[in-house]
Design a protein around this ligand. Sequence first.
Ligand code: ZN
Length: 492
Amino acid sequence: MALTLFNTRTRSVEPFRTREPNHARIYVCGLTPSAEGHIGHARSFLFFDVLRRYLEHPRNGYRVTYVQNVTDIDDRSIATAAREGTTYDRIVARYYSAFKASMQRLDVREPDEEPYATHYVPQIVQMIAELIERGYAYASEDGVYYRVARFPRYGALSGKNTDELLIGARIAENEHKDDPLDFALWKFARPDEPSWPSPWGAGRPGWHIECSAMSRALLGVPFDLHGGGYDLIFPHHENEIAQSEALMDAPPMAVMWAHGGLLNFEGRKMSKSLGNFEPLANLLERHDPLAIRLLFLSTGYRKPMNFTEDALAGASTALAKLLRGYEGLRAGEPAAHEPAPAANPIDGYRARFFDALDNDMNTAGALGVLFDVLAETAKDERAAVRRDAAALLFEALGLLGLGALFERPAAVHEQGGLDPAIVERLSARLGDAVHLNGARPEAAIAAIIEARNAARRAKDFALGDRLRDALAAEGVVLRDAKDGTTWTRAGA
Ligand SMILES: [Zn+2]
């Protein structure tokens, strides 16, 4: 079996193929960093991160070019900048750096390209000029608009038709367009707004044209996969298709379209007005990022998902079970010359794990196989079986982006008897050198060990030593081994 994915465009599960052999070109709509990101944003980017890891895994062997744009100019960043007496790019820098830090904590890899819309204005203007030339766009009093009626396939991706869309549609008073369905490609600047020159008047690009122009510039059309959250299907992706394909002799712009399901927070749509909006950065401070990652992967990526604190606690338990199981499989000396069993049951589990991923990235099913492996091997004493089971867990969790689990101290959950006040003392000792996860001593120690690993990777040995010494002062001794760092109580 080879990888298959649900293609929103055809509404069916199809084999993943690329136009260029062994090279997958992917464009995913990125963030509009004009406000705090939330956990729903993280879900979609996390899915595409796992997809990318799987495409690059030797089993698929693709080189992946992954482009994720930054919509760095929009009405909200302009409004916020005006309110705060600063510039739009400062607002964007603030929220985008917070978002990137959160992605790093979730172990979501960086895109190969992160084009900012304002860096692609010449390409955007060029594309609008081509659309006007072919009769797909027109300039009006307040900007340049796309003429939807000129594009007969409009609505094909989302399954909407223009007659239905027109019912109840009307033109807002401040918009000057010919038809209610027409959408802005270029908005003329009002006084004091940031603007870029264009043949039609100074202004800024509309959101949809940015993605059409940047995907064409960086990947070329057609490319292999276009992704985003479910809420982007209409109108954003529909409009991207109308723009890009109007200029192509041989559409489509993207062969496959993949969309991640939406997320509810404690049973409701997340919104500031409902009072259940928590910025992603805050949530990641309160919770273990790996548990969040595991929770997302335990739900089908296309399904709507309800994010609750209970579900997250369940994911933490599952994470601990995986780590304990892995450590258990590796414990004990392997028998030196034990012959490999004729039929190793792990081969079958390995096949099932990858079959699940091949089946439209069924990460929940794939994780289920790993728990089956733990159950199967709990009583199997054969060294070869245990070794292969540990190897499968190591490979599989790494592929799912959960490999950081193996850097955690072994059996951290079993160490009892620590003074709860240790967290406060460590916090006072370390200041803001490290953020301590929650109030449990074990979690705080784990956070410090992770921060120390990160410091050592970044060759900041002074910070690494400072973190180790702070733990030592509390009687917690670290031991570094090839496969990670463990800790014990001094004298224990
Ligand atoms: Zn987009």
